[in-house]
Design a binder for this molecule. Structure first.
Ligand code: NAP
Length: 280
């Protein structure tokens, strides 16, 4: 459920997982829903045979607001990306799997007392900051609009900052790389060379061929995690909530990577390939 949602990688990876699990009668589909129709649509989905839904921009706050129950983390973050329906009772349960999905995408769980700098103060930054604070990481938050970083820190914890300092972990939760694909650092408080002061660098943005931000980190010897890995892990947790079965994360990642390859006519014409701007 999103508006727009056409570029989502989720159907490719979720349908690959359903097939691998032998759930042949199940199907995961895109549903573009404008904000004015969101509540009515969600209330109808359970009775229409849907077990659950992933929710993306711009519906994550609305999803939490209309659910009949919510996990503590969805309530704390203030947004839900996963809904589970009980057709019999009409109940709608909200969760936020972006937070544990982010942790699962890291090469190892964060160490208590380690440091992290989070860039951004939107919905994904809220999930990432919540997850890091749960692991007792010392979190600093920078945002282009500083008041939003201050508000995030007031709501969730961590410290709003106006300058980037070195840390063990750097997480880009801004859409900067989407808006300026050929100049991913425009508008950010770090340069490509600054990335060497972070041991691990995560970019939530994903695009065919990878992001300039992550390529720069890799060149400087950082451990890197791309946005598809978080996408897969948040989706795997949603799938487990709906099916009760362990999700095949490797199969989901392979399917998501395949679906991220530009079509062959775009590979021959690189400018159009770099203009694609998938969001989830
Ligand atoms: P959001 O709520 O709209 O927040 C956008 C954030 O990006 C805000 O902090 C905004 O700053 C900042 N921003 C936008 N353009 C910028 C620029 N040119 N320079 C500097 N900062 C800029 O979006 P979101 O849900 O947090 O998503 C952020 C990104 O993460 C998107 O690219 C999305 O596709 C990606 N994402 C990936 C996953 C995944 O599973 N991999 C999950 C969620 C999101 P202001 O407050 O100043 O506007």
């Amino acid at each position: 459920l999103g508006w727009p949602v056409a570029h989502s990688r989720s159907p490719a990876m979720q349908n690959a997982a359903l097939q691998a699990l032998g759930l042949t009668g199940w199907r995961y589909q895109l549903l573009p829903v404008p904000p004015e129709a969101f509540a009515e649509t969600v209330r109808a989905l359970g009775a229409a045979g849907f077990r659950g839904a992933n929710v993306t921009i711009p519906h994550k706050e609305a999803a939490l607001a209309l659910a009949t129950s919510a996990t503590d983390r969805a309530t704390a973050i203030g947004a839900a990306n996963t809904l589970t329906f009980d057709a019999a009772s009409g109940a709608v349960r909200a969760d936020n799997t972006d937070a544990p999905g982010f942790i699962a995408a890291l090469p190892q769980p964060p160490v208590a007392g380690s440091t992290a700098l989070v860039l951004g103060a939107g919905g994904s930054a809220r999930a990432v900051v919540h997850a890091l604070l749960e692991h007792r990481v010392e979190v600093e938050v920078w945002n282009r609009t500083p008041e939003r970083a201050v508000a995030l820190a007031r709501d969730l914890g961590g410290r709003a900052v106006e300058l980037a300092r070195p840390a063990a972990l750097l997480v880009n939760c801004t859409a900067a790389g989407l808006e300026h694909p050929s100049s991913a650092f425009e508008g950010l408080p770090v340069t490509a060379d600054d990335l060497s002061t972070y041991a691990t660098v995560v970019d939530l943005v994903y695009r065919p061929g990878g992001t300039e931000f992550l390529a720069a980190a890799q060149q400087r010897g950082c451990t890197v995690v791309d946005g598809l890995q978080m996408l897969v892990h948040q989706g795997a947790l949603s799938l487990e909530a709906w099916t009760g079965l362990p999700a095949p994360a490797d199969i989901m990642l392979a399917a998501a990577r395949r679906s991220s390859l530009p079509p062959t006519h775009e590979l021959r014409s690189s400018p159009s390939a770099t203009r694609r701007s998938p969001r989830d």
